[in-house]
Design a protein around this ligand. Structure first.
Ligand code: DX5
Ligand code: ZN
Length: 229
C-alpha cells in the first residue's frame, strides 16, 4: 500500500481524569490549544467503579471554555438517571457501559432522542458478542483496555482483539460507529491499537504528563498513521 493512501488519521481524546482538578480551566485549555478532537470526561460514581470524580455541573461549567467534542464516559450504575443532566450540560457524545444497566437499548434510545451521539463501552471481561444486538444503533464503541476506575494503568493487550472484531463486524454489516480505546494508551502502545483498527485513542496520563501537549498529540497521530501505512 502507498504511504498515507486511504488512511484516515486517528482522533485523540485527552481525558481530564489525569489533570490537576484544582486547575481544570488550564486542563481544558491544554486540550483546546492542541489538535486533539475530543475532550474525554470520565464520570465515576463510586459504585460501578470504586472512585468518584465529577458530575454534570463540571461539564456545564467547562463547556464554554472549549469548542471540542465533549465525549462523556459514564462509569456509573443506572446511567438512565443521568442522561438528561449531561445532555443539558453540553455533552456531544454520551457513552454508557454494557455492564451498568439492564435496558441498554432503551438508554441508548434516550441519548439519541436528545440529538446526541451515543456510545457503548465494554470492560476487559466483556466480550463483543454482548453488544452485537445494539451495534447498529451506536456512534461509538469504547473498548476498555484497562479495568475502568483509574488513570495510569497498563494496557491489557488482549483487549485489542476486540478492536479487530469490531472492525470486521462494521465492515460486514455496513455499520458506522467509531472504535475508541481507553486505558494505557500512550506513545508506546498507540501503534498496536492503530494496527488493530482504532479511530479514536483516549489518553489521560500520557497527555497530561507530556511537557508539550500538542507535540504529544501530533506524535500519537503520526505513529498511528505509520502503523497502518
Ligand atoms: C479509566 C478511564 C480512562 C482514563 C485513562 O477508567 O476511563 O479514560 O482516564 O487513563 P490513562 O490514559 O492514564 O490510562
Ligand atoms: Zn474513559
Amino acid at each position: 500500500m502507498l504511504m498515507g493512501y486511504n488512511i484516515a488519521m486517528i482522533k485523540i481524546a485527552p481525558s481530564v481524569l489525569s489533570a490537576n482538578f484544582s486547575d481544570m480551566k488550564q486542563a481544558v485549555y491544554d486540550i483546546e490549544y492542541s489538535s486533539a478532537e475530543y475532550v474525554h470526561l470520565d464520570v465515576m460514581d463510586g459504585s460501578f467503579v470504586p472512585e468518584i470524580t465529577f458530575g454534570s455541573k463540571l461539564v456545564n461549567d467547562i463547556r464554554p471554555l472549549s469548542s471540542k467534542v465533549f465525549d462523556v464516559h459514564l462509569m456509573v450504575n443506572r446511567p438512565e438517571n443521568h442522561i438528561d443532566s449531561f445532555a443539558k450540560a453540553g455533552a456531544d457524545i454520551i457513552t454508557i457501559h454494557q455492564e451498568s444497566t439492564i435496558h441498554i437499548h432503551r438508554v441508548l434510545q434516550m441519548i439519541k432522542s436528545r440529538n446526541l451521539k451515543c456510545g457503548i463501552s465494554i470492560v476487559p471481561s466483556t466480550p463483543v458478542c454482548m453488544i452485537t444486538p445494539i451495534l447498529e444503533m451506536v456512534d461509538l464503541v469504547l473498548v476498555m483496555t484497562v479495568n475502568p476506575g483509574y488513570g495510569g494503568q497498563k494496557l491489557i493487550q488482549s483487549c485489542l482483539d476486540k478492536v479487530i472484531e469490531l472492525k470486521e463486524i462494521r465492515e460486514r454489516e455496513d455499520y458506522s460507529y467509531e472504535i475508541s480505546v481507553d486505558g494505557g494508551i500512550n506513545l508506546a502502545t498507540v501503534q498496536d491499537a492503530a494496527a488493530a483498527g482504532i479511530d479514536v485513542a483516549v489518553a489521560g496520563s500520557a497527555f497530561f504528563s507530556a511537557s508539550d501537549k500538542n507535540t504529544f498529540v501530533e506524535s500519537m497521530k503520526r505513529l498511528a498513521q505509520e502503523a497502518v501505512s
